[in-house]
Design a binder for this molecule. Sequence first.
Ligand code: 5AD
Ligand code: SF4
Length: 472
Amino acid sequence: MPKLYIETVGCQMNMLDSELVVASLRKEGYELVGTPREADTILFNTCSVRQHAEDKIYSALGRLKHAKKHNPKKIIGVLGCMAQKDQRLVFERAPYVDLVVGPGQLHQIPALLSEIAAGSGPRMEVSLDRAAGSRAEVERSFESYDPLRDHEMRPSPYQAFVRIMIGCDKFCTYCIVPKVRGPEQSRPAHQIEAEARQLAAEGCREITLLGQTVNSYKHTAGERTRRLSDLIALLHDIDGIDRIKFVTNFPKDMTDDLLAAVRDLPKCSHYLHVPAQSGSNAVLRRMKRGYTVEEYRDMLARVRDMIPDAAVTSDFIVGFCGETEEDFQASARLMREARFKNSFVFKYSERPGTKGAELLADDVPDDVKRRRNNELLAIQTEISEEDNQAFLGRQVEVLVEGKSKLNRGTSELPQLTGRTNCDRIVVFDGQERLVGQFLPVLVYDANAFTLFASIVTAHAGPEVYSLQAPHA
Ligand code: 5AD
Ligand code: SF4
């Protein structure tokens, strides 16, 4: 039985891709192992969003050079965004790599691996460059990769990612994604529904809909065009699915019909990831984000108005081309005002092949980027801590996800971790058999990242388990 090791970096889309690749190889008889040393086939599912992610993969490949010399039969593959971006360059930098496969060609992996094992020599399958053909041709070269699911391969049987679209058409000037993941294409609603029904039948209780700009979802079948709000309504009817999330949202596509769906459909998580990227209009313009900070604020005001308990989270890039201290202070101001539940902050990393790299100078020194990054993180931590303190003494409902890695528990019971409807992480002591259940817990401590709670016990009466906790 061939042994497979896979390493995945990057976003949730990559995690899903790896899950599906592993599932398809298990069907072929592969067995998953925990270290590259044990493996006959080693795959890296890669990310290109920042230089750092690529450097890490190339150094991991460098470490395999001797292993390959020692055992030339070991197959080494590079998949995903960096494979699509670097293509033949991967073979130039690591000549012992056998396989390079872009994110639009992952379905070919089982066949390619058996050809390589049979002596075909190195193989590469990538999609067309965005300018290499008509829109339809380029679209066809990026295949949505969503074969039937293997529930044993999911990290948790109770939670699953469901891809609803691939690619991106926004072309923010700093971003490599539209180039490596191709044109935006929404999957047919009935296919997504069938996948969600299958997941529910297998016991899955929470689905997270994935798209680079998930709220731009739009699919026409016959007379009927469905947007994300329509799709959510369709999925909301599936028995067994109890919580629906979706990431990542593009601020300009945060329409009222979507907010109304989140407000009115009780299975919708009140968690909205809507990256602002910057609080300065000059920077937003250079990033070609297509909105002003005033428009972002208006969008937030609509969210707060329609869903007062929504937890909104954001991404920020610091040190983008030409970012002045004033521009940066505008980002800090937006972060303070918006009181995001949390924010991911990134130092700008120039990506060859983007408009930013072509037209704008990466002129903010690294130490300035680092300082701005730390400052924004400190502001966010302060806000998260204050907001989490407000949960002390409150009862919230969590979906129990598994054993906690923190383990600061004092009792005999294992420490479990779960998430509230608003995606807050909660840690509490409890029996492992509670994993996959929705439970009310009482919060007794909190820091910026975690709520600590205890299970509301049966003393309070059995009715407590059917109690619908308010959206946390
Ligand atoms: N440099 C730094 N951060 C980036 N992101 C995307 N491209 C870059 C880049 N070139 C960030 C954005 C995006 C998140 C997934 O990664 O904030 O929302
Ligand atoms: Fe990148 Fe912008 Fe598309 Fe997000 S919306 S994937 S940041 S181009």
